[in-house]
Design a protein around this ligand. Structure first.
Ligand code: UDP
Ligand code: MG
Length: 329
């Protein structure tokens, strides 16, 4: 049922596309390619590898040109500068031709050996195969804790649940890819975007290895930005929370005011309370600024959206036929 019979872009010859966003991953390319091509040559489906060079400043692009011909077709897409992983994946999703698409990190944290298992689930009729991390190896306790808190917050706010500990490593069917490609927003919070279409989903558990070589391209300020993007682009509940906080503070202020009034009428009152006045003043100013900042976050995002700038720019595309295709033609 889930197996599509036709595809928007594809010529029907390519069954599986592997998308790999790469940013300064020159040293990873060899180990990645040898493991990946071994797996891809062992499966019966025709496949392509879509490398997206996200404006690397090292030798990534040159090395991509020198990759040997394999049983898969290669598409190398070079973006005009570093647009970020989310934009790179968007570019890849729009260029991919396969009936099933797998998103893979270049650092071998997502083992390519699981691809046959993912394909099996797809053949059974699932549109989305989420790869859930059993353990988060090689990550500090702080990162694990903040990740858990992030999933809790976003899932309590967003309408389409974001599966916990599922990264971008997943298989999605052509139908889902096409629906994602139709989403016009510039703000690409991929975890949310990938979960938004729904369709039939399944999960496979796996152990995520620590990064093979090189270092992570994320720092905490980037991660906080990503979390903020995620929450504000998939929910307006924080705005509602601000309304509730305003309502509550106003209510307690009125109650307290009533009490002061009564007290003065009944027992007479001496003028005092500079500290309490200060505290209330400062607390209210804080709440107001917070709410204002929150509105600003949304306003900023509206601004980004109305500008309608492209999500990425492509500098060049190189394609390489596979040994498989050249034999059959
Ligand atoms: N990446 C990218 N553009 C960026 C940052 C990262 O295309 O601006 C790619 C990177 O090359 C890798 C993947 O995204 O293939 C995941 O990056 P990384 O391993 O640094 O992230 P982590 O695994 O720490 O979340
Ligand atoms: Mg990584």
């Amino acid at each position: 049922m889930a197996q599509p019979t036709s595809t928007n872009r594809g010529d029907g010859q390519i069954c599986l596309s592997i998308l790999i966003p790469m940013y300064n991953e020159a040293e990873m390319l060899q180990p990645l390619f040898s493991r990946l091509s071994q797996v891809l040559s062992s499966i019966p489906e025709s496949s392509e590898i879509v490398f997206i060079d996200d404006g690397s400043s090292d030798k990534t692009w040159d090395l991509l040109q020198q990759l040997p011909v394999s049983s898969s077709e290669h598409q190398c897409i070079r973006l005009s500068r570093n647009f970020g992983k989310e934009a790179a994946m968007t570019a890849g999703l729009e260029q991919a031709r396969g009936l099933a698409v797998i998103l893979l990190d270049a650092d071998l944290q997502d083992p390519p050996e699981l691809i046959p298992q993912m394909l099996q689930a797809w053949r059974e009729g699932f549109d989305v195969v989420n790869m859930k991390r059993r353990k988060r190896l090689g990550e500090s306790w702080f990162k694990r804790l903040s990740a858990a808190a992030f999933y809790r917050v976003i899932n309590s706010m967003a309408e389409s649940p974001v599966p916990e500990n599922v990264g971008d490593f997943r298989l999605i069917s052509r139908q889902v890819v096409d629906s994602i490609n139709e989403l016009p927003e510039r703000n690409r919070f991929m975890k949310g975007i990938l979960s938004w279409p729904g369709f039939s989903q399944t999960e496979i558990l796996f152990d995520r290895d620590p990064r093979h070589l090189g270092e992570t391209k994320w720092n905490y300020s980037k991660l906080i930005g990503l979390a903020m993007d995620g929450i504000t682009s998939f929910s307006i509940k924080p705005l509602r929370l601000a309304t509730w906080a305003g309502l509550l503070t106003a209510l307690s202020a009125f109650t307290y005011g009533g009490w002061v009034f009564l007290k003065t009428v009944l027992w007479g009152g001496e003028v005092a309370g500079y500290p309490s006045l200060m505290i209330v003043q400062v607390a209210l100013a804080g709440v107001q600024l917070l709410a204002l900042g929150l509105i600003g976050e949304y306003l900023g995002r509206v601004f980004m959206e109305v500008k309608q700038r492209p999500i990425y720019l492509i500098r060049e595309v190189e394609q390489q036929q596979s040994t498989r295709t050249s034999v059959s033609h």
